[in-house]
Design a protein around this ligand. Structure first.
Ligand SMILES: CC(C)(COP(=O)(O)OP(=O)(O)OC[C@H]1O[C@@H](n2cnc3c(N)ncnc32)[C@H](O)[C@@H]1OP(=O)(O)O)[C@@H](O)C(=O)NCCC(=O)NCCS
Length: 204
């Protein structure tokens, strides 16, 4: 008899549905949805936790700041969100992936790299050797980080962007889609273009 493997996914939006696809590919056959705002076909977390205390929870929230809030809410009651790695992703044996992170199809995380907690490494992203990706960051689809790149806490690297080796991008930064980052960037800026230049300071 086939065993039902259940998982709770926190966040019913587009990103949550993508995370559900990864959970299915990882062998979870039944998805239970959790959401603070959407009530239809979803549990609020307190009800879910009471009914399904032993079922793992993955983070399906796309916004970096909101994902961090959910992570901290879970941590406050001793719940560690599940790390999900799609079977087609290639993760070096000595790379580390923090709890609550999701590694999507065809992503590569190379040797010596550390991926923080609650990170999204989206479809086809390549994170080369000895990089560090900070907690709650998001590397969009097809991002390419060369060796020894650092990406700060909650930073979003937009779809298709490239970052050359050794560059550091600060915390709470946004790199616009299709950019090429060739020099380090401070915290809290939006940078865009080829090569990327700072377009604005972002208010937190
Ligand atoms: C950067 C982004 C968030 C827009 O931010 P914003 O603060 O609304 O930016 P604005 O539209 O006000 O543009 C500010 C400047 O950046 C430029 N810019 C914005 N996006 C750009 C891009 N992708 N490439 C080059 N320049 C860009 C604008 O032309 C403008 O330039 P100017 O000031 O010289 O006229 C958006 O363009 C983007 O790239 N998002 C990433 C989306 C993504 O990767 N999604 C994947 C989810 S899985």
């Amino acid at each position: 008899m086939e065993t039902i493997k259940r998982i709770g996914i926190y966040g019913v939006g587009g990103h949550g549905r993508v995370v559900a696809q990864i959970a299915r590919a990882c062998g979870y056959s039944e998805i239970l949805w959790i959401d603070d705002a959407v009530k239809e076909n979803a549990y609020d977390f307190e009800t879910f936790k009471t009914a399904y205390a032993d079922i793992p929870v993955a983070l399906g929230v796309g916004s970096n700041a909101a994902r961090q809030r959910v992570f901290e809410k879970l941590a406050a009651i001793g719940v560690e969100p599940l790390t999900l790695i799609h079977p087609s992703a290639v993760i070096a044996a000595d790379a580390a992936v923090g709890c609550g992170s999701v590694i999507m199809p065809l992503a590569v995380v190379n040797t010596g790299t550390t991926i923080g907690e609650g990170v999204i490494v989206n479809s086809g992203a390549v994170v080369e050797h000895d990089c560090h990706v900070g907690d709650f960051a998001h590397l969009s689809p097809k991002v390419a980080l060369a060796g020894a790149v650092r990406v700060g806490l909650r930073t979003h690297v937009g779809i298709g962007s490239s970052v050359v080796q050794g560059v550091s991008i600060g915390a709470d930064a946004v790199i616009a889609a299709g950019s090429a980052v060739i020099a380090s960037l401070p915290d809290g800026v939006m940078a865009a273009g080829v090569p990327a230049v700072i377009k604005k300071e972002l208010r937190q």
